[in-house]
Design a protein around this ligand. Structure first.
Ligand code: SF4
Length: 261
């Protein structure tokens, strides 16, 4: 297993499958992971293996680091396509996430106006108004829902506290479609429990959430890198295309569907 942590506030840029040349922002500990999920496929590894560092970067540290990096990229004429909040866990857990977002947007406007501000989030903090409004200000809030069935979410994403898919769906509806829905499809066995979020029942219930939330973009993908759980199976490209075809049949509002196998 070769999961990895990001040891700086700013990382990359990396060539992203989904976002182009993307400069990353890690608001989580530099030498630890902090997430309210503990996904079987998390590229950062298990929560339990990364509890040694709990220090979060301050708003000022993030602003300075981003400014310095963008100025350097500007001088090198190599500005990014995206500035993406992701890193070692769930970015919206940072208590200053909303004001950090304001700083990032101001710096982007000044130094890299063509770059899209993106956030990879597990959608669990949308009930916090400041987080919701900060996400609304971004170009691309990318919100994860891997299953519409709570028992599957408990097996795959392993939320560390209360999780209510009906409530999350209501929160997603508040975006009026102005978000990207991201779903990772996989199957496997972990601690004696099987899971597969691509069965007909799973897809039927997931399509129901898609129809109720009308995301303007939907990203379907599967495992790509090393994962902390060893028994996971990625879906074949054909299987992802078959899900996309089912999506096409209900996609009356013209959502853009992207597949990254
Ligand atoms: S939500 Fe993201 S950061 Fe959190 S455990 Fe899952 S994959 Fe890792």
């Amino acid at each position: 297993m070769a999961t990895l942590l990001f040891h700086n506030i700013i990382f990359g840029p990396v060539q992203s499958r989904r976002l182009g040349i993307s400069l990353g922002i890690n608001l989580l500990p530099a030498h630890g992971k902090w997430c309210n999920f503990d996904c079987l496929y998390c590229e950062c590894g298990w929560n339990a293996d990364h509890r040694n560092d709990r220090r979060l970067p301050t708003r000022e540290q993030v602003r300075e680091a981003l400014q310095e990096k963008l100025q350097r990229m500007q001088q090198d004429k190599a500005l990014p396509d995206a500035i993406t909040f992701s890193g070692n866990g769930e970015p919206t857990l940072h208590p200053q996430f909303p004001t950090i977002m304001d700083d990032a947007i101001a710096l982007r406007n000044r130094l890299a106006p063509q770059a899209k501000i993106c956030v990879l989030s597990n959608a669990t903090n949308l009930h916090k108004d400041a987080v919701f409004h900060a996400l609304q200000k971004t170009d691309k809030p990318i919100l994860k829902v891997d299953s519409a069935i709570e028992s599957s979410i408990r097996r795959i994403n392993r939320p560390q506290g209360h999780y209510d898919i009906a409530y999350i769906t209501e929160q997603l509806q508040r975006f009026n479609g102005q978000f990207t829905l991201q779903t990772l499809f996989l199957r496997g066995l972990f601690h004696g429990e099987k899971f597969d979020n691509s069965t007909p029942e799973e897809i039927g219930k997931w399509l129901d959430i898609v129809q109720r939330t009308h995301p303007r973009e939907i990203m379907l993908y599967t495992i790509h890198r090393d994962t902390p759980a060893q028994s996971l199976q990625k879906l074949a490209k054909d299987e992802l295309f078959a899900i996309a075809q089912q999506l096409a049949a209900i996609n009356t509002w013209g959502a853009e569907v992207r597949i990254a196998e």
